[in-house]
Design a protein around this ligand. Structure first.
Ligand code: ADP
Ligand code: MG
Length: 704
C-alpha cells in the first residue's frame, strides 16, 4: 500500500528509456533465441532482456591464466596456448565413434588433443593457427601428456574469462552465454542509476561496465569491481526500501494514543527494580505511542534480560489509556506462561487478562471473543494464528509479538493493516547479529536491552563425553537434593525416529525414571503431547512438583523457572550455537550459579568449535556472530521460516563492509531526500519502488 503512495510521487518524474537498450523486450526477440528457447529461458525465471542481464554467472572459466604445457599440474583444469601442428582428421573407430586426434605445441612442449563425435571439429581447428585450450591434462601411454575434449577459443578472441551460468536440463550454460553475448553486442550504454557523487565516493564502476564485466570480465580485477558494484546496488536499494517502509510506517497516524504515562505506577507493581535498560526501552516505546503515530519497534535482548517486564509496562499503560492489547507467543507453552505472569502482575490492578489458545474450550472461546469485542478484556494472550483469526476487538491499541524472528517484512505489514493501526512491538528471542538485524528489521525502530538484571550469576558450562554421564547424574542429584530443579534435553521425541547413537526423550525418560532418578520426581515434556498435557507438566514443574524435566527443545523458547539451576543437553552436537544458547538460557535465571553440561561424543571440528564457544562465553551477541560465521545466514535460523529477503548476488557474511557502507549512505539519503525528488536520486527512487513492491509480494522480480 505504501509502495503505491510513493509510486505516485515518482511517476511525474519518470524519464523515457526509449533511446536505450530495451530491457523489457521479450527474451524471444534476442538474436538466436526464438520462441522455443524462450520457453526454456522462462523456466530459469528469465523472461525479458533485462532479466537476462541480471542473470549472473555462477562461476567462470579462467582463460586468462595461461600456463606453459611443461608446468601444468596434472588432472586440474588449466589453460594453455598453442599451435595446432597438423590438420585434424576424423576417424571412425569400432562402435561407430568418431575420433579426431591432433598435436598442439607451445614452442617448448607438446600435448596431444583428442575430440570425440564432433563432425565439425576438422573445420573448426586449423593447422598452423594458435588457440587457447581449456581442460584437464592427463598422462596417457608412455606418460605422454594429453587433453581429452578440451574447450578451445581462438587467441584472436579477446575474452579470456568466460561465464558459467546456472543451467538446467533444457538450456545449457553455453546457450545462455550466446544470448547474453548477443544482447551485449549492442554497445549502447546501459543507463546509470547512481549519481556521480556516489560512484566517486565509493570508487564504483558504472552500471554499464558492471553488467558487461560480470558476464564477460576482462580480468579478475574487472570481475571483482563488477561484483562490488552490483552487490553495492543490491544492498543499497534493499536498505533504502526498508528505511522507506519504516518511514511510511512511522507516518501512519493512529487514534491509539497514550495520553497519560502510567509506567511509574506499573513499576511499583513489579517484585523487582527495573534495570536502566528496561526503563529506557519502556520510555522509547511510550514516547512512540504518545506521538499520535503508529509505533513499529523491535526489542532486542539476550535471554533473561527481562523483555517480559517491558511488554507488561506497555500493556499496563495502554490498558489505563483505554486500549486493548494482544500478546502473541510462538508456542502454547509460552502463551500459558505469559498468561500466568501477567495475571499475577495485574492481579490487583483491575486489568482483565485472558488466554486464548487451540485448547481453549469452544464455549469459553465464544465467551472470550464476545468480551474482546465489547471491550471487557484488556489483554488477550495467545498464539499467532489465533489472534489473526476471526477475533474482533473493541479498541485494539497494541500488538506485541514475542520471541519471533520468523516473520519477515511482509507478515509484519500484514499485522499493521489489521485493525485501526495498532502499535506494533516485536520482541526477538535470540540476539541477532547486527548484519542480519539490519536486513531483517531495517523497517523497525530498535531498542536493545544491553544489561542483565542485577545479581545474575554466569552459567558455568562444561562439555563432557557420554562416558562421564554417570558422574553427571550424581551432580544433577546433588542439586535436586538441595531443593533445586533441573532439565535434561534430548534431541528426539520417540524411538520410531531412532537414529543410532541419538537419545530420544521417551526412552531416556523411562530409563532414568526407573533407575538413577527413581527416588526423585521426574517429568516428560515434548512437542507431540497434547497442549493440555504440556500445560499440566509445565505447571507441575513450575510449582516444584516435578524436580527433573526430561524434555525436547519445546522448552527452548522463553520458559522461565528461576529455581531450575542445572541443565544437561544430550547429543549437543545436534544443536546449532544459537539454539544451545537459547536452551541454556532456561537456567541462570535466579541469583544462584547455574550449570550447563553439554554431552557429546562427536569430535568433528565444527562440534569442537561450537562446544568451545559455549564453554567460553555467555554473551548472546557474540554467540550469534559466531553462529552466523559457522553456518552462514541461510542456515542461521535452522529450517525455520525466517524473515530474510532473498539476495541475488550479495552475501551478508562476506559483504558486511558494503552492507555497512550502504546503510550509512541510505540513512543519509532518506534524511536529506526522502522522496527521491532530487534529479540525481530519481532513478534510485524507481528502483526502490520496485523493491518495495517485491518485498510485499511473494514473487520477487528481477529488475534492471
Ligand atoms: P527474556 O528477556 O528472556 O524474555 P524474562 O522476561 O523471561 O526474560 O525475564 C527473565 C527473568 O528475570 C524472570 O524471572 C523475570 O522475573 C526476571 N527479571 C526481569 N527483570 C528483572 C529485574 N529488573 N530485576 C530482577 N529480575 C528481573
Ligand atoms: Mg521471553
Amino acid at each position: 500500500m505504501h509502495g503505491k503512495i510513493i509510486f505516485m510521487t515518482f511517476c511525474a518524474n519518470a524519464v523515457s528509456l526509449a533511446r536505450f537498450m530495451n530491457f523489457s523486450a521479450d527474451i524471444g526477440t534476442v538474436k538466436g533465441v526464438g520462441k522455443v528457447k524462450a520457453q526454456y529461458f522462462h523456466s530459469l525465471g528469465v523472461a525479458t532482456v533485462g532479466e537476462l542481464l541480471r542473470f549472473y554467472p555462477r562461476a567462470y572459466e579462467d582463460w586468462s591464466n595461461i600456463l606453459p604445457i611443461e608446468r601444468c599440474p596434472i588432472g586440474e583444469n588449466v589453460c594453455i596456448k598453442g599451435t595446432l601442428l597438423y590438420p585434424l582428421k576424423n576417424e571412425r573407430v569400432r562402435g561407430g565413434m568418431l575420433i579426431a586426434k591432433g598435436s598442439v605445441s607451445d614452442g617448448d612442449s607438446i600435448v596431444s588433443v583428442t575430440f570425440f563425435n564432433n563432425k565439425y571439429i576438422t573445420s573448426m581447428l586449423k593447422s598452423g593457427e594458435e588457440y587457447l585450450f581449456y581442460g584437464k591434462i592427463t598422462l596417457g601411454k608412455y606418460s605422454a601428456r594429453e587433453m581429452l575434449s578440451p574447450m578451445f577459443i581462438s587467441v584472436k578472441q579477446s575474452k579470456s574469462i568466460l561465464p558459467i551460468y546456472p543451467q538446467n536440463q533444457k538450456i545449457t550454460s553455453r546457450q545462455i552465454r550466446s544470448a547474453v553475448e548477443a544482447v551485449l553486442a549492442d554497445k549502447t550504454e546501459i543507463p546509470e542509476i547512481l549519481p556521480p557523487y556516489i560512484l566517486e565516493k565509493y570508487s564504483l564502476v558504472s552500471l554499464d561496465t558492471a553488467i558487461r564485466q560480470i558476464h564477460f570480465p576482462e580480468s579478475s580485477l574487472a570481475l571483482q569491481n563488477a561484483r562490488n558494484r552490483l552487490i553495492f546496488d543490491e544492498l543499497f536499494i534493499l536498505q533504502l526500501s526498508l528505511l522507506r517502509l519504516k518511514d511510511a510506517n512511522s507516518t501512519v497516524k493512529t487514534e491509539n494514543k497514550v495520553k497519560i504515562d502510567y509506567t511509574g505506577e506499573f513499576f511499583r507493581l513489579l517484585p523487582f527494580k527495573p534495570t536502566n535498560a528496561q526503563i529506557k526501552a519502556v520510555n522509547a516505546a511510550i514516547s512512540d505511542m504518545e506521538s499520535g503515530k503508529q509505533m513499529n519497534r523491535l526489542l532486542q535482548g539476550d535471554v533473561g534480560s527481562g523483555k517480559t517486564a517491558v511488554a507488561a509496562a506497555l500493556v499496563y499503560t495502554c490498558a489505563k489509556n483505554g486500549m486493548q492489547s494482544a500478546l502473541m507467543a510462538p508456542t502454547e507453552v509460552l502463551a500459558v506462561q505469559h498468561f500466568e505472569t501477567f495475571s499475577k502482575l495485574f492481579q490487583s490492578s483491575g486489568i482483565n487478562c485472558k488466554l486464548l489458545t487451540g485448547s481453549t474450550k469452544q464455549a469459553e472461546k465464544n465467551q472470550i471473543k464476545e468480551s474482546l469485542k465489547n471491550g471487557e478484556i484488556d489483554l488477550i494472550i495467545g498464539t499467532h494464528a489465533l489472534i489473526q483469526d476471526d477475533v474482533e476487538f473493541d479498541k485494539l491499541g497494541l500488538v506485541i509479538t514475542d520471541e519471533q524472528h520468523r516473520f519477515g517484512v511482509k507478515q509484519r505489514t500484514g499485522l499493521c493493516s489489521k485493525g485501526e493501526n495498532p502499535h506494533v512491538y516485536v520482541m526477538s528471542a535470540t540476539p541477532i547479529p547486527r548484519t542480519l538485524a539490519l536486513i531483517m528489521f531495517g523497517d523497525l525502530d530498535v531498542s536493545v536491552l544491553d544489561e542483565l538484571p542485577p545479581g545474575r550469576q554466569k552459567t558455568v558450562t562444561y562439555a563432557i563425553s557420554s562416558k562421564k554421564r554417570g558422574g553427571m547424574f550424581d551432580y544433577i542429584k546433588s542439586h535436586l537434593d538441595k531443593g533445586f530443579q533441573g532439565y535434561i534435553v534430548c534431541p528426539l521425541v520417540e524411538e520410531s525416529e531412532a537414529v543410532s547413537g541419538v537419545q530420544n526423550v521417551e526412552e531416556y525418560y523411562e530409563k532414568v525414571k526407573n533407575t538413577v532418578f527413581k527416588d526423585y520426581s521426574v517429568g516428560l515434556l515434548h512437542g507431540k503431547m497434547t497442549p493440555k498435557k504440556k500445560d499440566e507438566i509445565m505447571a507441575d514443574f513450575k510449582n516444584g512438583k516435578i524436580q527433573l524435566l526430561i524434555s525436547t527443545v519445546v522448552i527452548e523458547v522463553g520458559v522461565d523457572v528461576p529455581n531450575a539451576v542445572i541443565m544437561a543437553i544430550e547429543n549437543a552436537e545436534r544443536f546449532g550455537l544459537s539454539q544451545l544458547h537459547q536452551l541454556r538460557g532456561r537456567v541462570g535465571r535466579g541469583t544462584q550459579t547455574s550449570t550447563c553440561i553439554l554431552v557429546t561424543d562427536s569430535q568433528g571440528e565444527d562440534t569442537v568449535r561450537r562446544m568451545n564457544v559455549m564453554c567460553s562465553t555467555t554473551d548472546g551477541f557474540k554467540i550469534a556472530d559466531e553462529d552466523l560465521r559457522l553456518r552462514g545466514p541461510g542456515d542461521f535460523f535452522g529450517t525455520r521460516q525466517h524473515g530474510l529477503p532473498k539476495l541475488h548476488i550479495a552475501d551478508l557474511m562476506t559483504d558486511s563492509k558494503i552492507l555497512t557502507e550502504t546503510q550509512e549512505l541510505a540513512l543519509e539519503i532518506i534524511a536529506s531526500d526522502p522522496d527521491f525528488r532530487k534529479t540525481e536520486h530519481i532513478k534510485i527512487g524507481r528502483q526502490v519502488i520496485k523493491k518495495i513492491n517485491s518485498l510485499q509480494t511473494p514473487a520477487a522480480a528481477n529488475t534492471i
